[in-house]
Design a binder for this molecule. Structure first.
Ligand SMILES: Cc1cc2nc3c(=O)[nH]c(=O)nc-3n(C[C@H](O)[C@H](O)[C@H](O)COP(=O)(O)O)c2cc1C
Length: 79
């Protein structure tokens, strides 16, 4: 999350590539904004892609490992 949205490089990424027919699995780190609506933004950018439920975790908890179980359970749910 940067300034309540995707970092600009991600806008460029979605502008540059065609994700029609692809599956996008979003995830991000943040400092309090969670996904900030960015997964919905990705769905709007890529209407012909399948965008799965993502996982937002705070940068601090990613660093200290306290969200490891949440990551594992999210990954298992994607199978
Ligand atoms: C320019 C900039 C803007 C940011 N804007 C947000 C924001 O709007 N919301 C948020 O939750 N975190 C924001 N962050 C925090 C980053 O998401 C966070 O630094 C990143 O996820 C990595 O986590 P960490 O710094 O705890 O390692 C911002 C960080 C930077 C450098």
């Amino acid at each position: 999350m940067w300034w309540y949205t995707l970092p600009m490089i991600m806008y460029t990424f979605f502008d540059t590539y065609n994700f029609s027919g692809k599956t996008i699995i979003p995830f991000n780190t943040h400092a309090g904004s969670s996904d900030g609506g960015t997964y919905q933004t990705i769905r709007e950018f890529e209407p012909d892609a399948t965008v799965k439920d993502g996982l937002a975790i705070s940068g601090g908890s990613a660093f200290d490992g306290s969200t490891e179980d949440a990551v594992k359970s999210w990954l298992a749910g994607l199978e």
